[in-house]
Ligand binder design. Sequence first.
Ligand code: PRX
Length: 655
Amino acid sequence: MADNKNLQSVLTETRVFPPQPGFIEKARLNSDRLAALHAAAAADHVGFWADLAKKELGWQTPFTTALDDSQAPNYAWFTDGKLNASANCLDRHLDARGDKIAIRFEGEPGDLKNYTYRELHAEVCRTANALKSFGVGKGDRVVIYMPMVPEAVIAMQACARIGAIHSIVFGGFSSSSLKDRIEGAGAKLLITADGGHRAGHIVELKKAADEALAQGCDTIEKVLVLKRTGHDVGFDATRDVWWHEAVAAQPARCEPEWVESEHPLFLLYTSGSTGKPKGIQHSTGGYLLGATMSCQWVFDLRDDDVFWCTADVGWITGHSYVAYGPLANGATILMYEGAPTVPDAGRFWKICQEHGVTIFYTAPTAIRALMKLGDDWPKQYDLSKLRLLGSVGEPINPEAWMWFHTVIGKEKLPIVDTWWQTETGAIMIAPIPGAVPAKPGSCTKPLPGIAVEVVDEAGEILTSPDAGGYLVVTKPWPSMLRTVWGDNERYIKTYWGQFNNKYYVAGDSTHRDADGYYWILGRVDDVLNVSGHRLGTMEIESALVSHPQVAEAAVVGRPHEVKGESVFAFVICRGDRPIGAAAEKLTKELREHVGREIGALAKPDEIRFADNLPKTRSGKIMRRLLRSIAKGEEITQDISTLENPGIVAQLAGKE
Ligand code: PRX
């Protein structure tokens, strides 16, 4: 369970940063208003959410049932209501905010493009009409494999508008991962681009898409291709359609398809501890409510904000805090296509200055990387418009928090450390910036209407502040995942099985201090968090084993200064263990192989070859031991129960 060293380091953190009076004065929520929300949720959990759903979302048919728990743990919210996510994000704002900028875009090469709400609405309608012309309709799946450009959001909104279910595949995933996800979703349409700009290179999206389709994906009927980079790409005229040709001629009006609240808005594949990535299925009404409310509560989002969430739309953060939450609130978002260090390490800060960014939401790995580049970079830019900072994706170490606070926040901006997951749809635990004092390294307390606890192995709620345990959610919440696409049994087993369907089990361990603050310690399962990217050790192991020279592999995470965790692989080869130049050659080959199988983000940082893995007499691999070896720790664990204790020295690189 909890890693003791981790626990010790957070337990010794005692600094507290209360909200500044100037911020509290203007904030949507101060401590009184927050207390009133918590009291309302405590008095009537379901009624609390139902009232917000009525007030904050636009419904074509109002709902009368707030929560249907008859099929628990398959919960359904606002079941008999009908709405449309795109109408909520766009049409609702046309009267009051038609000329307001919805998206400010900057490409990596420096190109700029803005869309007002009216322009975005028209472009989404045109795209939706194009999708319809391909025969895509309600319930059909559309895979989106695009760079971080406005058309990615337009594609999502166009799907939502006609009731099609989008499933985005991050552009960093390989053709083989793309194929698996297309086939998993049974998608009819693929939307991609010729390429994207990243770190001075072109990401060959169309090439990867062609490779994926050449390997299978029989359900795909058409491929809609955005011209972004303009470089030469393959084009199959019987299947491929250029975006500019298909979309421009379409009418700029498209009636939204009114869907049931539970209608799936999207699927998003994410890694677990076993098997292939799971298609996490989110609903329309409940999801949108979570995304909407968390923007107001946690980011204090207001009409004059320029909100920059640096996440790619390929991850859940890009869904909830680029595409849906801010637009549902009528905000201005900033989208940036490329890497933070192109052409130099000041790029992020230059963007903040030039676009007048007021809210900046990023990941600890980015904060650590920018911190390493030195304070001189941010100091060259005017960051005075910033009023709130946010962090997501992994525990933020107090050192990175303090740098964010002092160098970027000039010791006065609130920092919201937000804990949540692909599965939770929206932020679950985070400080309310005008009400809850922050402690560096803690995501503080649950949001109103979110019931979380720490439990032990037996499912007993732990109340002692020193105890580490499983983080669980004890009551259903609107933006929760509905199921795993095509595998409801897996949904129940993975998230509810451990405690007899009583609690949603997040897969994280945590500890709660005497003030009720949560300190997330990390995953309890075999899921790695590499630069904020979630990867299953088993996926990487399967990728390694699919190489003809590999007989067996075990992958563990090793703490990494910038990435949070890095991938460390122990590999057993068929035939002799390679050494010297042969080992070097195979290491290179295996890294490339994993890059092809999954994506560059999963390439092992280190590979160690051995004759065997440490196994117990029942044949189980002792992963805890491998984690210690990867960290280079002195082995103090009892290895006498191993089938092959002699292997430990070799695994440790001592032979
Ligand atoms: O371990 C937790 C970590 O990221 C996991 C969820 O990953 P994913 O579904 O990819 O979503 C990431 C973005 C929401 C969690 O189980 N995690 C996320 N945010 C935090 C965090 N760990 C600590 N503190 C956080 N703020």
